[in-house]
Ligand binder design. Structure first.
Ligand code: ADP
Ligand code: ZN
Ligand code: ZN
Length: 668
């Protein structure tokens, strides 16, 4: 972008405000030459000073405007490369967000100036050295050959590598990256936030040396991030590993992008501009001509269906090269039983304790969803229109469907078996821990949940303690299902497995499958094998057959057929509009107005509408939230029209906030 005309006087600047246009500012004489395309600049806006991003330079002043002047230039050299500006422009269109808001997400505040070097990994030697590079087996070689060829050709193909944990996916990533480095290129590796643990990043550092590998994790300061960006841009950090936001690192001579556990929800940003790092990576792959390698033990149904349709090339790793059998899975029928624990699980825990081994107990509970279930037969009240469970709301004492708004009072007896034992589900970790102390005396239990872990990385300390065998059982929610591998874990117990299935979300079965198979994958890694006990109230649910059979493709086939039948992604696309206000009535009225605006045929362009309905989490920070869900097919144009129509109809209403999310992952 270097070339700047002598007579450049004006800059078109994107500002991080919800207005979809650029603003022209005068470049002061002393800053001429310092303001470049991609520069961040401080500019006056109203009474405020704001950070803006220079999109283009010009010498012709726009007509009839009294222009303000740039206050200062924030970077000596712009951090935004032409490739990133292209990505930003695509994101701005795809997610229907102003360029300034997209650029603020790409280049978070605090990235400024020179930071201390943090490239060197100090963790590598805290873990035992890895055995020498093993020769790739037949299945691994097939992937490697295909990906390596795409690297050489500069082909923007997407590959999906499906294989259970321990099947050698990481080894394939390492080998592909080795090729890239040998050819003078660089590699971007995205991992779920929770996987940014020393144990897994150290493997990359050991393989490629600490100097070449940079790890972006959440504890880094802005200047430290900026250092990594600059080193990557200069070609000094050639392997960059990081979570979602690492997708924006402008690596010099990028030749491959790898995304491990590509189905992980942390790749989707829940705040504006609501982008998916997987989609952003796919765009970089296309625009920069590099292959994208997705890996997973339980792929997202989006990627899986694309793989079966041929848009993505699928490879499967079907065995564990280092040995270790898949654990035996038992489903325990909890219907008609009292208490949280089955005898089967308690006996297995006692045995684990006697044998000096370890166990992981997962409580499958998300958020604060409460639903009612018959304690006798396992019946759950579902919406007749949407086939998702109804959620109990104390406000109004009613059961509500969060998709269509259908509601009714909770039953006092079960309509299926006539029983009166109607349970309200949603047990806390603390209560489970207390019961366990009584039921398995002498067991040292480590509880991991939001109360015992502070901050994003607080759980690492607990995991390390468990790894040092300072406790017999690790008890907790989702957090215990992912990450570390402990050879001494021979038992995994899963409580209330169905709770996830009954979560009012069309992805409930998929999420539960992911979680249960991930949890199951925590055992059976050592030579002693492993055992998984799943306590279920609906043992007949189709998911359990596929869990015990370690059969993701079987699960995916059934689930994809259901999605098609019910009209959920990946069969359709979604766009979720959320309207919120301090007043429930005002929010509901606004959502109704948005819904009615969307009802106009020419606007919908073939899409269908659901709602307006109270959000599952109805109130956040005092604001009442209502949803309107649009099921597409969408074109870029139709998405924009919807946003404009919603903004128009809400213009002038006070205290209403409007958000929209393209391809939403959370529908809460
Ligand atoms: P994943 O990423 O699928 O969990 P890994 O790549 O971590 O699997 O491999 C699991 C274990 O198997 C690791 O200890 C790794 O070193 C080893 N391994 C991988 N590939 C081979 C191979 N071809 N031969 C022998 N051991 C291998
Ligand atoms: Zn019943
Ligand atoms: Zn419904």
């Amino acid at each position: 972008m270097g070339e700047i005309a002598e007579d450049t006087l004006f800059a078109d600047i994107a500002l991080p405000i919800p207005v979809d246009r650029l603003f022209t500012y005068r470049i002061p004489d002393e800053a001429k030459g310092a303001v470049k395309v991609g520069s961040r600049v401080a500019v006056p806006f109203g009474k405020r000073k704001m950070t803006g991003y220079v999109i283009s330079l010009g010498s012709e002043p726009p007509e009839g405007l009294d222009l303000k002047t740039i206050v200062s230039v924030l970077d000596e050299e712009p951090l935004l490369t032409p490739a990133l500006l292209k990505l930003a422009s695509w994101m701005s269109r795809y997610y229907v967000q102003p360029a300034g808001i997209v650029l603020r997400a790409i280049l978070p505040a605090g990235i400024r100036g020179k930071g201390r070097s943090v490239i060197r990994g100090d963790v590598a030697d805290r873990f035992p050295a890895e055995p020498q590079r093993p020769p790739l087996n037949h299945d691994q070689r097939a992937v490697f050959d295909a990906v390596a060829a795409a690297v050489v050709e500069g082909s923007p193909r997407t590959f999906l590598l499906y294989g259970v944990t321990g099947s050698g996916k990481t080894e394939v990533y390492l080998r592909c990256i080795e090729e890239v480095l040998a050819a003078g290129g660089s590699a971007l590796v995205l991992v779920p936030e929770i996987a940014l643990i020393p144990q897994s990043t150290a493997r990359f550092q050991r393989r490629f040396g600490g100097d070449d590998v940079a790890v972006l994790h959440s504890r880094l300061s802005g200047p430290q991030r900026a250092t990594i960006w600059r080193k990557a841009a200069a070609g000094d950090a050639r392997v960059v590993i990081g979570p979602r936001s690492a997708v924006f690192v402008p690596l010099k001579n990028l030749r491959i992008i790898v995304i491990d556990e590509e189905q992980d929800p942390s790749f989707k940003q829940e705040e504006k501009p609501h982008y998916s790092a997987v989609e952003a990576a796919a765009f970089r792959s296309r625009s920069e001509g590099v292959p994208l390698l997705l890996g997973s033990a339980t792929p997202s149904l989006e990627s899986w269906s694309e793989a079966t349709e041929g848009g993505i090339t699928l490879f499967t790793l079907s065995e564990r090269p280092a040995g270790g059998r898949m654990p035996a899975v038992e489903i325990v029928d909890m219907r008609g039983r009292d208490g949280i624990f089955s005898d089967e699980l308690l006996r297995a825990m006692e045995k684990t304790l006697r044998d000096g081994e370890q166990g992981i107990i997962l409580i499958n509970r998300r958020g604060h969803a409460f639903y009612v279930q018959c304690g006798g037969c396992g019946w759950i009240d579902r919406c007749p229109n949407c086939s998702i469970s109804l959620t109990y709301h104390s406000r109004g004492h009613r059961l509500l469907c969060h998709y269509c708004g259908h509601h009714r009072p909770p039953p006092d007896r079960c309509p299926r078996c006539g029983g009166y034992r109607i349970l309200q589900k949603g047990a806390g970790t603390q209560r489970v821990e207390m019961e366990l102390q009584n039921l398995v005396p002498g067991a040292k239990i480590l509880r991991m949940d939001l109360d015992t872990t502070t901050g994003k990385t607080g759980h690492l300390g607990l995991l390390e303690k468990f790894g040092r065998k300072e406790a017999d059982f690790l008890l907790g929610t989702q957090m215990v299902a992912k990450g570390h591998h402990y050879p001494d874990v021979t038992l995994v117990g899963i409580l209330a497995a169905d709770e996830g299935l009954n979560f009012p979300d069309f992805r409930a079965a998929e999420r539960t499958f992911h979680l249960l198979s991930q949890a199951a994958g925590r055992t059976g890694r050592g030579m002693r094998g492993g055992r998984v006990i799943i306590q279920a109230f609906a043992p007949g649910h189709f998911i359990y057959d596929h869990i015990s059979g370690h059969d993701f493709p079987g699960f995916a086939a059934v689930e994809l057929a259901l999605r098609k039948q019910l009209g959920y992604p990946p069969a359709v696309r979604l766009m979720l509009f959320t309207v919120s206000s301090l007043s429930a009535a005002a929010a509901e009225k606004a959502a109704q107005a948005v819904y009615e605006a969307f009802e106009r045929e020419e606007l919908r362009d073939g899409a269908s509408l659901l709602g307006p309905v109270a959000a599952l989490v109805e109130k956040i920070k005092g604001r009442y939230r209502f949803h309107v869900l649009v099921k597409g097919p969408f074109s870029g144009e139709s998405k924009k029209k919807l946003v404009q129509a919603a903004e128009e109809v809400l213009a002038g209403t006070k205290g209403i906030d409007l958000q929209w999310d393209v391809d939403p992952v959370n529908l809460f």
